[in-house]
Design a protein. Structure first.
Length: 157
């Protein structure tokens, strides 16, 4: 990703039927991982940033951005539909947040189901007030950059 510049944003994706997504809500994450050959499982460091936390289940809106940058995460809120989960690949960087309270309020108002990131977030109390489930590696007070480059709705890891 470091060698790429510019943006690749897919605003339209193929979505599973709502009935299929609803069926997945009844499954345990470990059983889904087992059935997929133990692939596509989150980093063990990703945990709820506040408790109690609702389970998340929905179509993923993926974000691949520069570490500590949230410009494309803001765009992902615009792209998302009610019930979607925004999944941000932060490359495990914990120096700057990739999500914050204002974004949580915007996402909750739009009906986003929640956020998952392998990075860190800030403004936990605002996110709790917005009632937006967030799973992340941790919390920091450090604000993100908004310099851009990256991808939305592409494969991430």
């Amino acid at each position: 990703m470091a060698k790429e510049t510019g943006f690749k944003i897919y605003t339209s994706i193929e979505r599973p039927a709502k009935e299929i997504v609803d069926q997945y809500r009844g499954f345990v994450a470990a059983n889904i991982s087992d059935s997929m050959g133990r692939l596509h499982t989150m980093d063990y460091r990703i945990n709820p940033v506040y408790k109690p936390m609702r389970k998340l289940c929905g179509t993923a809106i993926t974000v691949q951005a520069r570490p500590g940058d949230n410009l494309l995460s803001l765009k992902a809120i615009e792209v998302a539909q009610p019930g979607d989960v925004i999944v941000i690949a932060a490359q495990g960087d914990t120096s700057l947040s990739v999500w914050g309270g204002f974004m949580s309020m915007m996402a909750a108002k739009k009906g986003v189901a929640g956020v998952v990131t392998d990075g860190v977030i800030r403004d936990v109390e605002q996110s709790r007030e917005a009632d937006l489930p967030i799973y992340a590696v941790g919390v920091t007070p450090a604000a993100p950059t908004k310099e851009g480059t990256g991808q939305i709705n592409t494969s991430i890891s």
